[in-house]
Design a protein around this ligand. Structure first.
Ligand SMILES: Nc1ncnc2c1ncn2[C@@H]1O[C@H](COP(=O)(O)OP(=O)(O)OP(=O)(O)O)[C@@H](O)[C@H]1O
Length: 658
């Protein structure tokens, strides 16, 4: 195995460029290992689809391993298992001496540089932002990041550092992605098709760089590629097909073994031999062939996603890994370094999308303003037909009608027949009718209520027929007629008005006011619903999108835990929610003058808590759902049921069955 080259005192800048970065103080001491990666009897399935079966693979330390195979043979899946973003169904993987994600192990973390097949870059970032972000997560100082950035921009022939990723070409983006993997000079580079979409000159340069960095003996590389011939520069190649390795060894040896002049020919021969053997075997024999080197135990059904079972089902053959409680605790505890990097990421993205940020801030204000303007106000210009059979100008009916609220009700004098034709045709919301002796009967009723006959009571009553298809308007009409009658009685009887009052007296309310309108009732609920749903939507979608674009995986491989991702999202989202709440309350309290009877601090705290609930629910959606359309549907789908059963628009006591 090649040892490190003799050191003749390089300058600090050379140190940074060549990868002699300062050690991470939080990193545990790593014992020397001879195998960079060792996979034993590895299996991985997606549901019923078995993608990797009983695979053994060894990446020697300080060498380049070229993993070759046709599309869909499971290369990416295997790399994901190596970096720890996917759990294996069975078998054992050791990366730089320990299984991925082992407490205290920096795989995922600073020790591994991973370039996923997807671009996995933030489009709103510049090249400089991208490298600074990953540098921050890896704990590099800004000087170190800057030096590596200058080197990588030059080496990968990247455009200006201030160029936005979304404005780069496909090839340039792939190079930025490769730069992010090379940034911290990791001990292990896992590159999933780094040369796709890269011109031949740069492809050669990348391979040359890989060859150079492994020469130091400190760095190991596993690289997948579709260009089989370029893998001749690798020290070892693995030829993969249908989820298992057909062959593994130095490229020259493989070519010699198969009398092939090119690696591609050797691969072709291996595939043909494998097909021939497969066709000769019965299905049961094939199963035997697959697992010929494994015991029955290792071939049992893959039921548990575990990392620990080894080849031939003998756990005692595997090295035992231990970590003391301090290392375990440090592994679980969130790192502020990662959280702050993720918060900065969100703030930079917000800064680069001012339109979207304004929309996020203004949307709740627009929603609450629309609600205050459109919900709860008195209807205007409601046409009501009036059938007045009294003709005298001093008739009580005329006097009573004068007390009707003219801003809401438009009185249309009609004959009895026209009024009813009109209401049946939907021209009027109601008909108000007075008999021809209304004044005399009402007088009799008021002066001598004890001796009033049914005829007197009937003739002295205001008759109202309503179109009750719109309950709000009908209720308003009833209330307005009652108010007009009360005002008329007060006017006619003065201090004697109590004589015709109902024997029920509604006293001053304990909470609220006599004239509390619907807007005042519904606004608190609307504020809470708006805060909740915006938080749900933003959380559910942002994680779904990040996962889809491979960003969550990339951050995870860089060493960011799920807890840190959630905390960073919560903190940055709290900032957005706080601005949203501030603007909403300003509008509700100052512009629409909705009264607030309690402590404002408590109100703000409760709304923020509601936002946190929304974030939590968004997290549930984003954890359970993979694509944005379904996440959108889930977020929208819960909106209406939640609104209905929460008591925001109708008292929740009415839904006692729920
Ligand atoms: N998330 C997933 N859910 C279900 N099946 C998947 C998933 N990811 C990959 N597969 C399936 O697993 C198989 C192997 O996929 P993988 O991406 O590992 O192949 P690959 O060798 O990397 O292919 P390529 O070279 O085209 O990238 C494919 O049949 C693919 O359809």
């Amino acid at each position: 195995m090649a040892g490190p080259p003799p050191h003749s005192g390089p300058t600090e800048m050379e140190d940074l460029n060549q990868g002699n970065l300062r050690e991470d103080p939080e990193a545990p001491a790593v014992p020397p290992v001879t195998m960079a990666i060792s996979c034993r009897d590895v299996c991985r399935s997606y549901g019923k689809l078995k993608v990797i079966s009983n695979l053994d693979l060894t990446v020697p330390h300080g060498q380049i391993y070229g993993l070759l195979g046709p599309s869909g043979c499971g290369k990416t899946t295997l790399l994901k298992c190596m970096v720890g973003t996917l759990k294996i169904s069975r078998g054992h993987i050791s990366v730089l001496g320990k299984p991925p994600s082992f407490p205290g192990h920096e795989v995922p973390g600073r020790m591994v540089g991973y370039m996923p097949q997807d671009l996995a870059l933030y489009n709103e970032f510049t090249i400089s932002d991208t490298l600074t972000f990953f540098g921050h997560i890896h704990g590099l100082t800004s000087k170190e990041t800057q030096a590596r950035m200058d080197f990588l921009v030059d080496f990968l022939d990247l455009p200006q550092k201030c160029s936005l990723v979304r404005n780069l070409s496909g090839g340039q983006r792939r190079r930025v992605s490769l730069g992010a993997a090379l940034l911290q000079n990791p001990q292990l580079l896992i590159l999933d098709e780094p040369t796709v979409g890269v011109d031949p000159v740069l492809r050669a340069k990348i391979w040359q760089h890989l060859v150079e960095i492994v020469k130091t003996g400190k760095v190991s590389v596993i690289v997948t590629t579709h260009y089989i011939e370029e893998a001749r520069q690798a020290n070892v190649v693995g030829l993969m097909r249908n989820g298992h390795l057909l062959a593994e060894g130095p490229p020259e040896d493989l070519m010699k073994q198969h009398n092939a002049s090119t690696l591609e020919h050797a691969f072709l021969q291996l595939c043909q031999t494998s097909d021939l053997m497969d066709s000769k075997q019965s299905p049961s024999q094939q199963a035997g062939l697959l697992g010929s080197s494994q015991s029955l135990e290792s071939r049992r059904e893959e039921s548990q996603p575990i990392l620990s079972l080894g080849p031939a089902g003998s756990p005692e053959d595997l090295p035992q890994y231990t970590a003391d409680w301090k290392v375990r605790a440090r592994h679980v505890l969130p790192k502020w370094r990662n959280i702050s990097a993720l918060i900065m990421k969100t703030l930079i993205r917000m800064k680069r999308m001012p339109g979207s940020l304004c929309f996020q801030f203004l949307l709740p204000v627009i929603q609450i303003s629309l609600m205050c303007l459109c919900v709860g106000g008195d209807p205007k210009g409601i046409q009501v037909a009036v059938v007045n059979n009294e003709t005298s100008s001093s008739a009580y009916s005329k006097s009573l009608l004068a007390f009707l609220d003219n801003s809401s009700i438009e009185q249309v004098p009609r004959s009895h027949a026209d009024a009813f034709t009109g209401i049946y045709n939907g021209d009027y919301w109601g008909v108000i009718g007075f008999g021809e002796n209304f004044t005399s009967y009402l007088t009799k009723r008021m002066l001598n209520p004890q001796v009033s006959s049914k005829e007197v009571v009937d003739g002295g009553s205001v008759h109202v027929w309503l179109d009750l298809t719109n309950q709000q308007i009908a209720l308003m009409l009833q209330a307005k007629v009652h108010q007009a009658f009360q005002a008329f009685v007060n006017n006619k009887l003065g201090s004697m008005a109590y004589l015709v009052a109902l024997p029920i007296k509604i006293e001053e309310p304990i909470y609220g006011h006599m004239n509390t309108d619907f807007t005042t009732f519904i606004t608190p609920g609307a504020v809470l619903s708006i805060t909740f749903y915006l938080a749900v939507g933003l959380t559910a979608l942002s994680f779904v999108l990040e996962r889809k674009e491979g960003l969550l995986d990339r951050c995870w491989v860089a060493g960011v835990s799920s807890l840190e991702t959630m905390l960073a999202h919560l903190l940055s989202q709290l900032f957005v929610i706080s601005v949203q709440i501030l603007l909403m309350l300003l509008f509700v309290l100052l512009v629409f003058k909705i009264p607030n009877e309690g402590s404002l601090v408590l109100v703000v705290a409760l709304i923020i808590l509601q936002g946190v609930t929304g974030i939590a629910f968004g997290l549930v959606i984003s954890a359970a759902i993979d694509d944005e359309q379904s996440a959108n549907q889930a977020a929208l789908g819960v909106f209406y049921p939640n609104l209905v059963i929460s008591g925001v628009i109708w008292p929740e006591v009415c839904g006692g069955f729920l």
